[in-house]
Ligand binder design. Structure first.
Ligand code: C5P
Length: 248
């Protein structure tokens, strides 16, 4: 069951995974319907905060995906600056721990208030969708399933006051059932049928992700590396229409 009465395009956050501003802005022009645009490490490191300003000047919602993971003072400093750019979403790893998560919440609120802006919704990264159960258990020595660990981290993030979670759609139903619908659930690792999984492991189709309770889908390569990105986006929205029928 899905929870927001959004038309399909209002669910989709497109990942601007390129170092080139010109390419990013071309995608923006080609697919103006996406609800938000994700600036990740590659685009941000290549261009700095100018890319945030460029997106905000075009009236876009900005999802700043820097996946912060550091000591509380450093995380808080980064959050303070990000909030001043008016970003709408900001990600940090829940594994940064309680003091860093709490410091991030406080910093975003204080800095946005000072700038007269809305604070970004802080999203806690649970377990990366590129990790398998085996990666978690053998390499990272986490003796839990991805679902259990995501739930544990999701609860920590919620208790620290974060506004949402980034999780695999394989786990979103259990997270929503256990942690409630006040949190926003954002799911990457989305792969339409018959598209390559790339480095993603815990993948789910767009329809199944929405059916499982994802509020937003983060999608990059299946759309933006398609021969015709606008057409791939339209097809994806079309494929979601049936899943959203009957919603309020
Ligand atoms: O190309 P693809 O659809 O796999 O892109 C997914 C995007 O979502 C990437 O930009 C990646 O950084 C991001 N992401 C992710 N897994 C997370 C959090 C973010 O794949 N747990």
């Amino acid at each position: 069951m899905s929870h927001l009465p959004h038309p399909p395009a209002g669910r989709i956050i497109l990942a601007l995974d390129t170092p080139q501003v010109t390419e990013a802005l071309t995608w923006l022009d080609e697919i103006p319907q996406a609800v938000a645009w994700k600036v990740g490490l590659e685009l941000f490191i290549a261009n700095g905060p100018a890319i945030l300003t460029a997106l905000k000047e075009r009236g876009k919602q900005v999802f700043l995906d820097l996946k912060l993971h550091d000591i509380p003072n450093t995380v808080a400093g980064a959050c303070r600056v990000a909030a001043r750019y008016g970003v709408d979403w900001l990600t940090l790893h829940a594994t940064a721990g309680r003091p860093a998560l709490s410091a991030a919440v406080e910093a975003c609120q204080a800095s946005a208030a000072q700038a007269g802006l809305h604070p970004p919704t802080l999203l806690g990264i649970t377990v990366l969708t590129s990790l398998t159960a085996q990666d978690l258990q053998q390499d990272l020595q986490v003796a839990r399933t991805p679902a259990d660990y995501a739930l544990h981290l999701g609860r920590l993030a919620r208790d620290c006051g974060l506004g949402g979670l980034v999780c695999s759609a394989q786990e979103v139903q259990q997270l929503r059932l256990t942690l409630g619908s006040d949190l926003t659930y954002v799911c990457p690792g989305i792969r339409p049928q018959r598209t390559p999984g790339d480095d993603q492991q815990r993948t789910v189709t767009p329809q199944a992700a929405v059916a499982a309770g994802a509020d937003y889908l983060v999608i990059g390569r299946p759309i933006l590396q398609a021969p015709d990105p606008a057409q791939a986006f339209a097809q994806l929205c079309q494929s979601l229409t049936g899943s959203l029928e009957g919603e309020p």
